[in-house]
Design a protein around this ligand. Structure first.
Ligand SMILES: CC(C)(COP(=O)(O)OP(=O)(O)OC[C@H]1O[C@@H](n2cnc3c(N)ncnc32)[C@H](O)[C@@H]1OP(=O)(O)O)[C@@H](O)C(=O)NCCC(=O)NCCS
Length: 392
């Protein structure tokens, strides 16, 4: 039973949504399908929706992504005061990957809201109280934004209901995403970290970094030494996966290491090729032995305090196939790739193999950002260590 106390802490909107909750009877995917979509959205305001979905392969798109990007630049100011940006070219990449874009328009056709979801195959392993072990198509949802003057009028829920309804049409019933609040009892807190790479650029942009006492080296400041990204020893190889080649061996390897995780991104070959075409993905090996896989994307923010716009590398997959020594090499490899690609810092969600131990060991810094991973229509209970999903 969901207790009153629990509900009290959750959003007043979400507690009334038809949603599979962790403490409700468990079943297979059928039990999700039987959950009705939310009642249609109604508002006294004169708004309409335009949507694109689901895989964009027919090239027929209704939404002007440049206009969406401009809208986000103006309105996507988060609770931190910083603005999360999304260039049109990134939106185009996500659209090609496959998913949904929903735009809310005013009566004069001005964009007043946006939400998007990319559709990812997710595998959920059974354990104690889990609902099922099926692979499900899950919307990984992000970039929810309502125009500043129109907030607190229920419009975000309108965008979410429209997105949910679009997913139902294509048998995509489940979704997850990060938000600053819990929407259900199985939400899990995710800690965000960052690891400076270019110290001067980080400082200029408003990202602080710790002063280190050790080590001491004449002529080099202590800070610089602590944040130096060293090159990997020659025995290690970092291979960037090329989707125009046969990448089945790498997919098999990736699946073999996520196979026993509680929740993971679990693509078939077509989805893997799409993934590699959208996000830079690398396999790291020690001679002939593969050690792990990582992918990253770029996120962009305008920092309120300094007015600077920063582009940060942001890991989406980080899966080590070995012990903690493998995690270490994988982390070093990721930092060196991100450095070579010219990013001043890497922003990291602590989940899966990216543990607090590993992050502190590599001089990442914990932020105070309040972030929860929320599930819609799934009763899976996870801890951050269980999560091998792309998070945006
Ligand atoms: C967050 C934001 C979209 C809310 O828009 P809004 O139209 O004012 O929201 P509504 O009036 O529909 O109501 C808010 C409800 O939407 C839900 N909600 C808001 N953001 C949500 C999210 N990211 N995920 C799920 N539900 C969310 C909550 O249930 C909330 O209800 P509560 O007050 O009971 O907790 C808006 O403030 C915004 O654009 N902020 C800037 C961008 C941002 O922070 N986006 C979210 C990133 S996590």
């Amino acid at each position: 039973m969901v207790t009153l106390k629990m509900l009290h802490k959750l959003s007043k909107y979400w507690k009334d949504m038809p949603i599979v909750r962790p403490d409700e009877p468990e079943g297979g995917i059928e039990s999700l399908i039987s959950v009705n979509p939310p009642a249609p959205f109604t508002t006294e305001l004169n708004v309409k929706f335009v949507s694109d979905g689901s895989d964009g392969s027919d090239g027929s798109h209704n939404i002007d992504l440049q206009a969406v990007s401009n809208f986000l630049t103006k309105h996507n100011i988060t609770t931190t005061g910083n603005t999360t940006l999304c260039p049109a070219e990134d939106l185009r990449k996500y659209q090609k990957f496959g998913g949904y874009n929903i735009v809310m328009l005013s009566s004069s056709d001005k964009i007043i809201g946006f939400i998007m979801s990319i559709v990812c195959p997710i595998k959920i392993n059974p354990s104690e109280k889990l609902a099922h072990s099926s692979k499900i198509m899950c919307g990984c949802t992000s970039h929810l934004c309502v125009a500043k003057p129109l907030r607190n009028m229920g419009l975000a829920m309108g965008l979410m209901k429209e997105l949910i309804a679009s997913g139902y049409k294509d048998n995509v019933y489940c979704s997850y995403g990060t938000a600053t609040m819990k929407i259900s009892g199985n939400a899990v807190k995710i800690t965000a970290w960052y690891r400076p790479i270019d110290l001067a650029k980080c400082k200029e942009s408003g990202f602080a970094y710790k002063s280190y006492i050790k080590p001491t080296d004449r002529g080099t400041s202590r800070d610089e030494l602590a944040y130096r990204v060293s090159n990997l020893n020659d025995r290690y190889n970092i291979i960037k996966l090329d989707p125009s080649q046969d990448v089945s061996e790498h997919l098999d390897y990736y699946l073999s290491i996520v196979n026993n995780k509680k929740v993971s991104f679990y693509p078939d070959y077509t989805h893997w090729v799409k993934w590699l075409s959208t996000f830079n993905t690398y396999v790291v090996s020690d001679g002939d032995n593969k050690l792990g896989v990582f992918s990253y994307t770029t996120i962009h923010a305008n920092i309120a305090e300094t007015g600077e716009t920063v582009s940060m590398a942001f890991p989406l997959l980080f899966v080590s196939g070995t012990d903690s020594s493998g995690d270490n090499i994988l982390m070093k490899a990721m930092l060196s790739v991100v450095k070579a690609d010219g990013f001043p810092l890497i922003y990291i969600y602590q989940c899966g193999s990216l543990t607090s131990e590993l992050l502190s060991q590599h001089n990442a810094m914990e932020t105070s950002a309040k972030i929860y991973l929320n599930w819609y229509n799934h009763s899976v209970r996870v801890t951050p260590e269980d999560v091998y999903l792309p998070l945006f």
